[in-house]
Design a protein around this ligand. Structure first.
Ligand code: ADP
Ligand code: MG
Length: 466
């Protein structure tokens, strides 16, 4: 809690206008300190309600935003304002639901003039694949954050987080999730104009538009887009067509400035993209960056079960488990193997014994993704971010304010390093593997129930993976 009984407020003028100016001046630096997700999600929409006696009353869009900022960032924010004003400053947050990004279902947001279809030049746009829906997407720890952000965006395009940047290794569900946003947004907002485009095809469109002198027409196409889904942005850096990166940047800015939603998928985080324009890179980092990771074995089984069910085929559980154990790091490969097994059983009347399945999918196994994060790094980061010391995390004390950071560190250790439970226990002060598992499960449970925990873990994980 901020201290409200502060000594005199010195030279500050206590008017609302001054407060607003100060707040505006503070925001860019605050964005850096609290992280882009918190900034985009909450601070960007905040308003100064009052500034009096050195106390800022800040209106934020939701109860969630209020508790998130209070729990995690009050100190950072008041310290920065104190520094800026050279006077002690306290900050209080209040919920102002009129700032919320949510659109009520009744609000006719996308009812507006839509040009006749003939007027829209078609540049080989790709239709959405009906299979890639939220209903067919299995949610687990590996994709929970990205899924939550995607659902939010489908509900309130252009109002929630912009842009959403999804990244992962190949075959882990980027395209699926992105198209799910498109489907859901169209269900909720029937008039919304959605464009899904593969970056390679965007590059080709730019090349032919330039060649045919149709650039104006090409750019006009995007005036009517409300939701732009751009897949595999890593291909934007094309030596044959440097203009395409520029054109992408231009389109992105145009849409962004009109509050249109942009969703981007990539095989690497924005930082590692080989793009020439640094401004573009920082724009891409500005919104929410969410990654998709390799699903654990139970999730892989669940995905296989779902796919088999859609195909109308029942496979014995041990076959699914066998396959899920064999193929670790790419869901597309897993699906390929499943299709092969299904065809073998349905058309060739093959048997479903493990040895025959093993022979069938021998070529499909994949190596697990490489991981290099160390336990030391994890403990150091958690200590820093959750306000305790490394010694406390690794030590024996069991007070509540130490136990949670310890659980978080153990959770991240298991998720992000290849260490066994026993190794992790050893590192965390000689705990046994059951204790480690218990800690892990505590956090995993919290992630399904508490959105704040989800955000926090996502932030920690992104810092570690930078
Ligand atoms: P990426 O774009 O990351 O390369 P895709 O979106 O093409 O990956 O996904 C590869 C395949 O795996 C798709 O058929 C997709 O439906 C499936 N898939 C990925 N993640 C999931 C999930 N969580 N639940 C169900 N299917 C998934
Ligand atoms: Mg893809």
């Amino acid at each position: 809690m901020p201290d409200l009984n502060m000594p005199g407020h010195g030279p500050l003028d206590n008017s609302l206008a001054v407060g607003e100016d100060l707040w505006r001046a503070a925001l860019p630096a605050l964005a850096e300190r609290v992280g882009s997700a918190t900034y985009e999600g909450f601070l960007k929409q905040s308003v100064v309600l009052a500034f009096d006696e050195g106390v800022f009353r800040i209106g934020v869009p939701s109860q969630f935003a209020k508790s998130w900022l209070e729990d995690r960032h009050t100190h950072t924010i008041s310290a920065h304002l104190t520094e800026l004003t050279q006077t002690p400053v306290a900050v209080l947050f209040e919920v102002r639901s009129d700032l919320a990004p949510e659109i009520s279902p009744a609000a006719p947001v996308y009812v507006r003039e839509v040009p006749p279809q003939d007027d829209i030049p078609e540049f080989g746009l790709q239709p959405l694949n009906p299979k890639y829906s939220f209903d067919n997407f299995v949610v687990a720890d590996c994709n929970r954050f990205a899924n939550a952000a995607a659902q939010q965006i489908a509900k309130s395009p252009g109002r929630a987080y912009n842009p959403l940047f999804i990244h992962s290794k190949v075959g882990l569900g980027k395209t699926h999730l992105m198209q799910a946003i498109g489907h859901r947004a169209k269900e909720i907002h029937p008039h919304i104009q959605v464009i899904y485009v593969q970056t390679e095809s965007f590059v080709n469109q730019v090349i032919s538009a330039i060649r045919d002198n149709r650039m104006g027409e090409f750019q006009r196409r995007y005036r009517y887009v409300d939701l732009w889904l751009v897949d595999d942005i890593q291909f934007i850096a094309s030596r044959e067509a440097p203009a395409s990166e520029q054109e992408f940047f231009h389109t992105f800015n145009t849409l962004y400035e009109m509050n249109k939603q942009v969703v981007i998928a990539s095989d690497c985080p924005p930082r590692q993209l080989r793009i020439m324009d640094d401004r573009l890179r920082s724009r891409l980092e500005m919104g929410i960056v969410a990654d998709l990771r390799c699903p654990d074995v139970e999730t892989r089984v669940a995905i296989l079960e779902k796919k088999a069910e859609t195909e109308g085929i029942v496979l014995p559980r041990e076959v699914l488990e066998f396959m899920a154990n064999k193929i670790e790091s790419n869901i597309r490969v897993l699906e390929g193997a499943l299709a092969k097994v299904c065809a073998y059983i349905t058309f060739d009347g093959g048997d479903m014994s493990i040895p025959s399945v093993e022979a069938l999918i021998a070529d499909y196994s994949t190596a697990p993704a490489d991981r290099r994060i160390t336990l030391d790094e994890i403990v150091a980061l958690v200590a820093e971010k959750l306000d305790c010391s490394k010694e406390e995390i690794l030590g024996a004390r069991r007070s509540k304010d130490i136990v949670w950071p310890r659980h978080v560190a153990i959770y991240l250790a298991r998720e992000l390093t290849p260490n066994s439970l026993a190794d992790i226990g050893q590192f965390f002060g000689g705990r046994d593997h059951a204790t480690v598992l218990h800690a892990y499960n505590k956090v995993a449970d919290a992630l399904t129930e508490d959105e704040r925990a989800l955000w926090m873990i996502n932030e920690l994980r992104s810092s570690l993976q930078e």
